[in-house]
Design a protein around this ligand. Structure first.
Ligand code: NAD
Length: 510
């Protein structure tokens, strides 16, 4: 629950004022979480100003010293992993196991990767141009300055902190607007960064609602790294367009899994169940639809239902659980609505199907059959623990169905024949396609992550993301001194020779 304070007006009417404090309840227990003050727009501007000053010293430190401090942060994070996992669990509602697997471990790996590789990735890059042999060309990467990070609540640690370490490794400062549902986790990350020797003003966390995110965009940042919904992503892109600053947009998904007739059934079923229900399905890359070769539909469905029914759901304070809570009331409502809409349209609930809100906020892991393309559950992002199973008769149909939404984040293909799987993988419109696996590449630091179509613009992680938080200077210098014949005054003879010379040279290099 996020409450807004209400301010009385002189005329006796009440108008909702901008909230000045964030109040949330633990999704898995309903217990109140500590309140967090909302950052004012003036304080956001001040934070960006301080980060800009601190950035100059940070960039001047050089790669070796930045590497030392980033690795100190990684060590501290792993030392205090239980404390961080506990907070992520309390704020987001996911089991501590998932907080460790999805929030802490990937950040430790990404930090180490950038700490070790940033120098090499951002090294001056020579560019050959055989038609200009007398020249020497290279590009140099410079930190952009202050990166504004705006994050969602589903990975309250790994998403903002992944963007922070990327920005820092390249020599930038960062101001982060975490989700209003998970500000405490971002503040914990700030505490660890400070303790690891990252200059206090270099990274700021500015808790607040959407208005605080908008204030950050207006506060003079040099780039925005946004992760969140398509609707907000469009606003961010428009605001960045107004200011002519770049942005990366990591948005929603409706990721399909295609289980081919030659798949390893047991492996496919177990992997798809994990992909659908990890983080209660609140992952941009969750398996939100599974298309199954009709010849194996029955055994596949039976096994998926069996595995789904065996999942243990709840608050993990009292013991091990597999599936946690729904983080926000609004998200629970979307899931409820998608399932109700599917059932009203004739779908069958094979497992789960209900919200459980006696203590905390849960939705049972749910498997649906008998769904059809008119139902929201097959084309809108559900972002919850719901797995619709759809049969297909031939692979062209599977590819058409898988590609049939506005999204293009991830897709998954299951087959024992790797070449067959890759043939299908390369027909899918998605930023990442995994064969016989789900989700995991977000945790592989070297791999580019991002979508096509409504799933976003730009990539996070890997060499490309590091270069995206830099601006590029191209330097053209000379190998041999040679004064070009096309300088003033223009001469007809040069004009005539130009085309002849170009034709001859292009013949040589073609
Ligand atoms: P959201 O768009 O509601 O909010 C994201 C962030 O934007 C929050 O911090 C919010 O306060 C802020 N915000 C809202 N309005 C704003 C405005 N006008 N200006 C600036 N900032 C504003 O998304 P959410 O519900 O927090 O997150 C869920 C979504 O995130 C899902 O669609 C999910 O698929 C997506 N997501 C994508 C990825 C990815 O890598 N592609 C990863 C995780 C989540």
């Amino acid at each position: 629950m996020v409450e807004a304070t209400v301010e009385p007006l002189h005329n006796g009417h009440a108008k909702p004022a901008a909230p000045t404090v964030i109040r949330n309840l633990e999704p898995a227990t309903g217990a109140p979480l500590p309140e967090v003050p909302v950052t004012s727009p003036e304080d956001v501007v001040a934070a960006v100003g301080r980060a800009r000053e601190a950035q100059k010293g940070w960039a001047a430190l050089g790669f070796a010293e930045r590497r030392r401090r980033l690795l100190a942060f990684k060590d501290l994070l792993l030392e205090r992993a239980d404390e961080v996992a506990d907070l992520v669990h309390r704020e987001n509602g996911k089991p501590r196991f998932e907080a460790t697997l999805h929030d802490i471990v990937p950040v430790a790996m990404l930090t180490t990767y950038y700490a070790r590789k940033a120098r090499g990735i951002l090294r001056d890059r020579r560019i050959g141009a055989p038609l200009f042999p007398h020249k020497r060309f290279y590009v140099r990467y410079e930190p952009r300055g202050v990166i504004g990070v705006i994050s969602p609540w589903n990975f309250p640690f790994s998403l903002p902190v992944g963007e922070i370490v990327t920005a820092l490794a390249a020599g930038n400062g960062v101001v982060v607007k975490p989700s209003e549902f998970t500000p405490l986790t971002a503040l914990k990350a700030k505490e660890l960064l400070d303790a690891a020797g990252v200059p206090a003003d270099l990274v700021a966390v500015v808790p607040g609602f959407g208005a605080t995110g908008a204030a950050l965009l207006a506060a003079g940042v040099d780039m925005v790294a946004f992760t969140g919904s398509v609707a907000t992503g469009r606003k961010i892109a428009a605001a960045c367009g107004e200011r002519l600053i770049p942005c990366t947009l990591e948005l929603g998904g409706k990721d399909p899994a295609v289980v081919l007739g030659d798949a390893d059934l047991e492996r496919a079923a177990r992997t798809v169940v994990f992909g659908a229900f990890a983080n209660s399905g609140q992952i941009c890359a969750s398996v939100e639809r599974v298309y199954v070769d009709r010849r194996i539909l029955d055994p596949f469905t039976r096994r998926v239902v069996e595995l789904t029914r065996s999942l243990r759901q709840g608050d993990d304070s009292g013991g091990e659980v597999d599936v946690g809570a729904m983080t926000t009331p609004a998200q629970l409502e979307i899931v409820r609505r998608h399932v109700a809409d599917a059932v009203a349209g004739g779908a069958t609930v094979l497992a789960g199907g209900n919200a459980r809100t006696e203590k905390g906020r849960f939705f049972e892991p749910t498997v649906l059959s008998g769904v059809d393309a008119r139902m929201a559950v097959l084309h809108d992002e559900t972002f919850g623990p719901v797995l619709p199973i759809v049969p297909f008769d031939d692979e062209d149909e599977a590819v058409r169905l898988a590609n049939g939404t506005a999204y293009g984040l991830n897709a998954y293909v299951f087959s024992k024949d790797r070449r067959h799987a890759e043939e299908v993988a390369n027909r899918l419109t998605a930023g990442t396609v995994m064969v016989n696996d789900v989700l995991f590449t977000h945790g592989v630091p070297e791999m580019p992550w991002g979508g096509v179509r409504d799933s976003g613009i730009g990539r996070t992680h890997g060499a490309q993301a590091l270069r995206e938080v830099c601006w590029m200077r191209h330097v053209a210098t000379e190998r041999v001194a040679w004064s070009a014949p096309w300088l003033y005054p223009y001469r007809r003879s040069v004009q005539q020779t130009l085309v002849r010379a170009v034709r001859a040279v292009l013949r040589l290099v073609a």
